[in-house]
Design a protein around this ligand. Sequence first.
Ligand code: HEC
Length: 135
Amino acid sequence: MSAGRLAASAALLALAASPVMAQGDTAARFTQAQADNGAELYRDNCAMCHGPHLNDGEFGPSLNGARFKRQWAGNGVGGLFAYLRAAMPPTRTSVLKSDEYADLMAFLFQANGAKAGDKPLPDTAEALSGLTVPK
Ligand code: HEC
């Protein structure tokens, strides 16, 4: 291969690599409809412990602000999804469905500063893998 062709292939490689790097933003997306439904589910299933404003609960830790960021932001959404399905609401973990947990996560992301968009948050562990909790 000539030096010229080598340079050309290097340039092509660099081009091919750039879209991959653009995908480095793995922050999970969600819709406003999901966040709205999540807000309702939160009121009915979570607020009695975590508080109506997410940080004023008598029986559960704050779900917004510094603590939520420290615990979850930048980590896999799958971890949060699995945690919620296994543990929340405590003693009543069978009442909510997968899509309802996705809506609750959308609500929590929005409450922590993320913006809704037009891409819904998936509700299966497979589809969530690779996505991270928005920072
Ligand atoms: C009966 C009270 C109660 C209810 C209802 C409840 N939680 Fe919790 N939640 C807790 C407690 C207590 C913890 C702390 C558990 C621990 O640290 O092991 C917790 C922890 C959490 C955490 C982890 C917080 C952190 O930063 O460590 C999340 C997220 C969460 N709850 C979300 C929810 C959601 C969403 C709902 C409604 C579907 C809900 N919880 C309902 C009591 C409750």
